[in-house]
Design a protein. Structure first.
Lengths: 315, 318
């Protein structure tokens, strides 16, 4: 890891905000944006590069003309994919995005063969699995953005209840990055105080519900998905890897026996450092949470099965 | 728009100087006033720091105080003055010596910076906070002692040494007095929400608690001629930041208890919510039997020292 170079595939709102966050933090030496839509990556790269004139550290921001320009990256963030629209079935969405990921991965394997990949494309856990299958890389090098974002949404909901403690609340959400995610607000602390001394069971239930609907709530207001939260959460993961911080953050990773599951990608707390996933942390889960985790894993596996049934992995 | 913030730091030893330096490097406030016993030395340090602020492209100006009137208009006054703890010296040895010093400065603050929030770091911490409260006559929310943040930082570091990950994310909880009877609460400690009990065994946790309790003394012994100041200074600026930026975040601070955790008229470390007005709320955590006993122990050791000062007629001029 010598270049501190980050490639971002998909310069939509999420990808661009990740690049902007990283430049304001001065985390990387170089960021390269790629987008299939003409001019988008170029325009945003120039805008961000100009904003860095007020940043604490210099960052070089460029746009790739072709996927081949995204080369020798230490980290590649994949935000490419389409959102689910009106009459699209889950199956349709899965197949469309899996195909997009496939073409992205074909390029990465050639041009940035040593990169660590952060998957942001949805459905998140299944797309992370797809990347594992298509690269065949060490599982340490592939992770999906889930808990870092969902955890910040949970911390926000806790703040909404308390009216204090912003920015000092633990972030712990495991499971899939979808309707069966498992926010664990009872486990975290606000500063030095356990949330169990600050919130009632009823409030915890509301926090869990609102965290699960965190993404949908923004869509309701905005008409499109949120991108500040995701962008900053991506930047946090990138920083953890580039700076080898060995920070604990829940991410979607391939399990090989951890939490009694295998051959599935799902969100659990991991240690992020220069090799990617340095360690998978096995928490003690109570029976109820283990049940929920199983449901979550099954929902991800259903998505994987759809792809298998359609022969996606056959080639 | 409010005027730029001003912080006075009393005491220009390693501790006070490092506090002022961190404030200048972070641009936390527009003015820092250093109040030391030797004006030339103080002015030298102030100039050095102001120049460093320019190198760091920060707007903070550090000035040396000629007299107590220069602390006028301070939003926060940090009292670091006091004799340092030397090897073999217990916190109690410092008691009277430092109580006199804190009394003097508290009276100055009352006269010249009557609206400030006072952060006390002189040792023995809880007793000095008590003294500062009595002699400023300020409401309790504006006189706070720095202890729990430092003790928790030390505990977090010792946890990191075992885990080798999670640095900066470990939320340790330490309550009670800043002394041999401090109350580290490993059961309340998490790494990004993961309880440390899932990561370390009880023997390792016991070792961490012991090391935390001994954290200050370990550094005193290693340095040979003084005590720690980097972590103490950073912990102090965490409190200053929280006050100046009105963050409404929770930190463990020493404060006069008023029917909190079952005690009154004694200073001890408890979680408080800090804002522009100081400690805007004391937060009560649910303690288990053993923790309740340890907290009581801690309170009693502070009370003993306060009682000693009353015995010595220290408070007779109130």
């Amino acid at each position: 890891m010598t270049h501190r170079k980050v490639g971002i595939i998909g310069a939509g709102a999420v990808g661009a905000t990740a690049a902007y966050s990283l430049s304001m933090m001065g985390t990387c030496k170089e960021i390269i944006l790629f987008d299939i839509a003409d001019g988008v990556a170029e325009g945003k790269a120039i805008d961000i590069a100009q904003s860095t004139q007020y940043a604490p550290q210099p960052t070089i921001i460029t746009a790739a003309k072709t996927p081949a320009d995204v080369k020798d990256c230490d980290i590649i963030v994949i935000t490419a994919g389409v959102p689910r629209k009106g009459d699209m079935t889950r199956e349709d969405l899965l197949l469309i995005n899996a195909k997009i990921i496939k073409s992205v991965i074909d390029d990465i394997k050639v041009h940035s063969p040593n990169a660590i990949i952060i998957c942001v494309s949805n459905p998140l856990d299944v797309m992370t699995y797809v990347i594992h299958k298509l690269t065949g890389w060490d599982r340490k090098r592939i992770m999906g953005l889930s808990g870092a974002l969902d955890g910040s949404r949970m911390a926000y909901q806790i703040y909404q209840k308390l009216g204090f403690g912003a920015g000092q609340t633990g972030k712990l959400v495991i499971g899939d990055h979808g309707q069966n995610m498992i926010p664990l607000p009872q486990k975290v602390k606000v500063g030095l105080v356990p949330t169990t001394d600050l919130l009632t069971d009823e409030e915890f239930a509301e926090i869990i519900e609102r965290t699960k609907n965190g993404g949908a709530e923004i869509v309701k207001h905005l008409g499109t998905s949120g991108y500040y939260g995701p962008g900053r959460a991506i930047a946090f993961m990138v920083e953890s890897i580039l700076d080898d911080t060995r920070s604990v953050v829940s991410s979607s990773v391939l399990l090989e026996g951890e939490y009694s599951h295998s051959d599935v990608t799902v969100g659990v707390p991991v240690v992020l450092g220069r090799n990617g996933i340095e360690e998978i942390i096995e928490m003690t889960l109570n029976t109820k949470t283990r049940e929920k985790f199983k449901v979550s894993v099954e929902s991800i596996r259903e998505g994987i099965d759809i792809l298998e049934k359609n022969g996606f992995f056959d080639a | 728009m409010a005027k730029g913030k001003k912080v006075t730091v009393i005491g220009t030893g390693n501790f006070g100087s490092t506090v002022a330096f961190i404030l200048a490097m972070n641009g936390t406030c527009h003015n820092v006033v250093l109040r030391g016993r030797n004006y030339d030395v103080t002015k030298g340090k102030a100039l050095d720091m102001s120049q460093a602020a320019n190198a760091a492209r920060q707007h903070t100006i550090v000035k040396a105080a000629k007299g107590p009137e220069d602390m006028a208009g301070s939003d926060v006054v940090v009292i670091t003055a006091g004799a340092p703890r030397t090897p073999g010296m217990s916190r109690d040895d410092l008691l009277l010596m430092n109580a006199d010093i804190v009394k003097m400065y508290a009276k100055e603050i009352k006269e010249h910076a009557p609206d400030a929030v006072v952060v006390v770091v002189s040792n023995p911490l809880d007793v000095m906070t008590y003294v500062a409260l009595k002699y400023t006559g300020f409401p309790r929310e504006r006189v706070l002692g720095m202890a729990g943040i430092l003790d928790a930082a030390r505990m977090a570091h010792f946890i990191y040494e075992k885990l080798e990950y999670g640095a900066g994310q470990i939320r340790a909880t330490v309550m009670g007095g800043h002394g041999d009877t401090m109350v580290p609460l490993p059961k309340f400690t998490t790494v990004a929400g993961v309880p440390i009990e899932d990561l370390l065994d009880s023997e390792e946790i016991g070792e961490i608690v012991k090391k935390t309790r001994n954290g200050g003394a370990q550094i005193v012994n290693l340095l040979g001629d003084g005590s720690a100041y980097y972590a103490p200074a950073k912990s102090t600026t965490v409190m200053v930041d929280a006050i100046l930026k009105d963050t409404n975040q929770i930190h463990s601070c020493a404060i006069m208890l008023k029917d909190d955790y079952g005690y009154s008229d004694i200073v001890s470390g408890v979680p408080v919510m800090i804002g522009a007005g100081g400690a805007e709320q004391v937060i009560e955590m649910t303690l288990k039997n053993l923790q309740v006993r340890k907290f009581k122990n801690s309170i009693e050791s502070v009370k003993e020292m306060v009682d000693k000062l009353y015995e010595l007629k220290f408070f007779d001029d109130l």
